[in-house]
Design a protein around this ligand. Structure first.
Ligand SMILES: Cc1ncc(CO)c(N)n1
Length: 235
């Protein structure tokens, strides 16, 4: 087991989730696609497949924040979802642009016109959570910032990021403060709803969280294997 996503002594619902499912964070970190992002060794078409799908994924993520707005009990929650939407719309493209620069294409050229199966499944899962409770929705949305932030902090914490690293812009974006605020805030709000939820809802929250963790790993696998809708040939 590598570096835990939760600091020793941290308490609360999300700390328990992180501890219980640390194996999925590890699978995320060790996936060959993320290893390729660390080592700067990905094939151009893998990077482009990822960018095209991730653009669509983040668009869906913004829609899920819209569902969160609709479920918000007060303006504090509304501000959280509103600010999250702003960061994604205004900032997160920079991470993709760093990948496009590596592949030598414009952002427009990297766009995909169809979701791959794993991206579609992840989006469907988050959207369904948005029709449950605020707690279940937020639990489904948490692995997105948590896995990336934790991975970026871990990687850039091991050694200073080489300014000439081919994916420097991508790693520095996720290691940056913007996202790290979002993670702390998401965990704080989720801990708060979990404390008020009954056992049945907390169980649905955990299930939603774990499913999203699995989908994070599968998103790498999708990009790594250039997954699309071509039916298996049966051989
Ligand atoms: C699939 C996925 N998960 C998490 C993030 C981080 O925002 C992202 N860009 N894409």
């Amino acid at each position: 087991m590598g570096v835990l996503p939760v600091a020793p002594g941290e308490t609360g619902f999300t700390a328990e989730l992180g501890r219980r499912h640390a194996d999925l964070f590890e699978a995320f970190y060790e996936h060959p696609f993320l290893k390729g992002l660390r080592e700067g060794s990905l094939a151009r078409e893998q990077v482009l497949h990822y960018v095209g799908q991730d653009y669509q994924y983040l668009t869906a993520y913004v829609r899920c924040y819209g569902l969160g707005l609709a479920l918000s009990p007060d303006r504090e929650w509304m501000r959280f979802f509103h600010d999250g939407v702003s960061v994604i719309l205004a900032e997160e493209g920079h991470a993709h642009e760093a990948l496009c620069a590596y592949a030598g294409v414009s952002y427009e050229e990297a766009q995909a016109d169809r979701l791959a199966p794993s991206a579609q499944a992840y989006i469907n899962h988050m959207t369904a959570a948005g029709h449950d409770t605020l707690g279940v929705l937020l639990a489904a949305l948490l692995p997105c910032p948590w896995t990336y932030l934790w991975a970026a902090a871990r990687f850039t914490g091991e050694a200073p990021l080489d300014p000439d690293h081919p994916f420097h812009g991508w790693w520095s974006f996720y290691a940056g403060a913007y996202e790290s605020d979002k993670l702390a805030r998401t965990r704080e709000l989720l801990d708060r709803v979990a404390a008020e939820a009954g056992p049945a809802e907390r169980e649905r929250m955990e299930r939603a969280f774990v499913t999203s963790c699995h989908y994070e790993v599968r998103f790498w696998e999708m990009a790594w294997s250039l997954e699309d809708w071509t039916p298996p040939d049966g051989s």
